[in-house]
Write a protein that binds this ligand. Structure first.
Ligand code: ADP
Ligand code: ADP
Length: 229
């Protein structure tokens, strides 16, 4: 599960200025694809179209062969984990922030306790970069650290597709490495990863799509692109 297909996708916020001018690509289930390109190329827009934050104006986007327009928002949200540019956290501990959304308050207390225990067990399995963060409060974290928390939440939900929109703030090398480690963990679960990105560590992607001027300027593996340039 988690195959993505774009067919002649067109999108504009303003009809006079198209952002995506007929974009087509297929991402097999479980692949990691990095969408790169200059600022303003439409990377964030492309990722938002996938979960229908915006609707496309022409073409089609399908997930596992199903047109996203025929899928309910609820099942789209279940299928797609989104790590936005600027993750908003509760001013509570990271443990709480990761647990949030996993605990079903309508269930009996015993069940809730079991869910909390399951999440706490999961937190113990997170890459080292998280361990020192778990007791920290959300608001104190840097942009990159907040993204790591959002990734952890998503790993726990284990959706077939995960979209990571690059952090707006520059990330230090250490944070980039921690995010990469978290993403490696995600891709082990056969999750399809779409990364709209500036991270220098694109090497881990199975494929790179270069957006420029509303079209796909280049696509291929990391070594394909290096060979062409
Ligand atoms: P980035 O280049 O980092 O992706 P953008 O400047 O494209 O950042 O977008 C930042 C935020 O502002 C996004 O939420 C986007 O939807 C919004 N935004 C960007 N450009 C416009 C615009 N011309 N009109 C309205 N909202 C915009
Ligand atoms: P990228 O992620 O590659 O930096 P975006 O998808 O954020 O690019 O933006 C592509 C173009 O669309 C930019 O020119 C941006 O200003 C514009 N844009 C983004 N969001 C909006 C919005 N909500 N309304 C109007 N224009 C937008």
């Amino acid at each position: 599960r988690g195959a993505i297909s774009f067919r002649d996708v067109q999108f504009a916020y303003d009809p006079a200025r198209p952002i995506l001018k007929g974009i087509s690509f297929d991402i097999p289930a479980g692949h990691t694809v990095a969408v790169v390109g200059p600022s303003g190329a439409g990377k964030s827009t492309l990722s938002r179209l996938l979960y229908r934050f915006y609707d496309i104006q022409d073409g089609a986007i399908t997930i596992d062969g199903q047109d996203v327009r025929s899928v309910t928002q609820t099942s789209l949200r279940a299928a797609i984990g989104m790590v936005p540019q600027d993750t908003v956290l509760f001013n509570d501990t990271i443990g709480y922030n990761i647990r949030y959304g996993r605990i079903d308050a309508s269930q009996a207390e015993v069940e809730q306790a079991a869910q909390i225990a399951q999440v706490d067990q999961f937190i113990k399995t997170l890459p080292d970069g998280y361990k020192s963060m778990v007791g920290e409060r959300g608001l104190k974290l840097s942009g990159g650290e907040k993204q790591r928390v959002a990734i952890a939440r998503t790993i726990l939900k284990a959706p077939p597709i995960l979209i990571l929109d690059e952090a707006t703030s520059a990330l230090d090398t250490r944070t980039e490495q921690d995010i990469q480690a978290a993403l490696d963990e995600v891709s082990k679960n056969r999750t399809t990863l779409v990364i709209a990105h500036r991270l220098s560590t694109v090497i881990h992607a199975d494929e790179i799509i270069v957006l420029k001027g509303g079209t796909i300027a280049e696509r291929g593996t990391h070594s394909d692109l290096l060979a062409q340039n």
